[in-house]
Design a protein around this ligand. Structure first.
Ligand SMILES: Cc1cc2nc3c(=O)[nH]c(=O)nc-3n(C[C@H](O)[C@H](O)[C@H](O)COP(=O)(O)OP(=O)(O)OC[C@H]3O[C@@H](n4cnc5c(N)ncnc54)[C@H](O)[C@@H]3O)c2cc1C
Length: 202
């Protein structure tokens, strides 16, 4: 059976509205401010997010409970393509790396408290986040080389290690840290969990 990549009407309309929004609102702002992704100030980001919400194009990937469109991956591709025509476009719809991925991850694994504390303000565009993986001695391409450790205590976790190349760390309200709770760098650990299937079938 041949695969169809035709868009449904609602997604095609959202992609067209996103293209129009980027052309009429975001690109002029990019030209005026001279700012781009990871160099935009928070005020500009907040203004763009507010404009995207007013135009109904905010958060194509964001769960509906936080005001997004909750699209499947295939539909997202069409909308993200239009947002990406300006470096500030993903910022306006909160789809810039790593926030898009962090929203997706938290939506799948966060408990009720984490959902409220981290996912809600991130998904609504109130704050930014970062992902803290890469280390000077590996653990970039190869997470198996992770040397940063996380140890449980009665008051929380103690994390020890060095990280670098963390995009958007400056100004991020929180970071998702990759650290090991057991084993040694380089040793192949048995998988602790299996990947979950998408809850947004196409
Ligand atoms: C623009 C930009 C933004 C970034 N943002 C972030 C961020 O937000 N958070 C974050 O944590 N990191 C971030 N990084 C870091 C990025 O994830 C790493 O640079 C990348 O994963 C590669 O890791 P590395 O630089 O340590 O190189 P290495 O992992 O040391 O790789 C160097 C070379 O060795 C090869 N190699 C490594 N391990 C193996 C192996 N086991 N087998 C075979 N070949 C191997 C690689 O393919 C590569 O060619 C960013 C990097 C860039 C350029």
């Amino acid at each position: 059976m041949a695969a169809s990549f035709d868009l449904d009407t609602a997604t095609a309309e959202l992609a067209a509205r996103t293209a129009e929004f980027v052309r009429n609102v975001v690109v002029p702002e990019e030209t005026r401010s001279g700012m781009s992704l990871h160099h935009a100030d928070e005020q500009l980001r907040h203004n763009l997010v507010a404009s995207a919400k007013a135009a109904g194009v905010y958060g194509p990937h964001v769960p509906k409970e936080f005001g997004g469109h909750e699209l499947s991956l295939r539909r997202l591709a069409a909308v993200f393509e239009e947002a990406g025509r300006s470096l500030l476009g993903p910022l306006a719809i909160q789809a810039q790396a790593p926030d898009e991925g962090n929203i997706n991850l938290l939506d799948k694994v966060a408990n009720a408290e984490q959902r409220q504390r981290y996912l809600a303000p991130l998904a609504t565009g109130e704050i930014r986040s970062c992902i803290v993986m890469t280390e000077p001695d590996g653990a970039g391409s190869d997470p198996n080389a992770l040397a940063t450790t996380a140890r449980r205590t009665d008051r929380g976790w103690v994390i020890n290690g060095r990280k670098w190349f963390i995009s958007g760390a400056h100004g991020a309200s929180f970071g998702i840290v990759l650290a090991r709770t057991s084993g040694k760098p380089g040793a192949v650990a048995a998988p602790r969990c299996s990947s979950s299937t998408s809850t947004r079938p196409d």
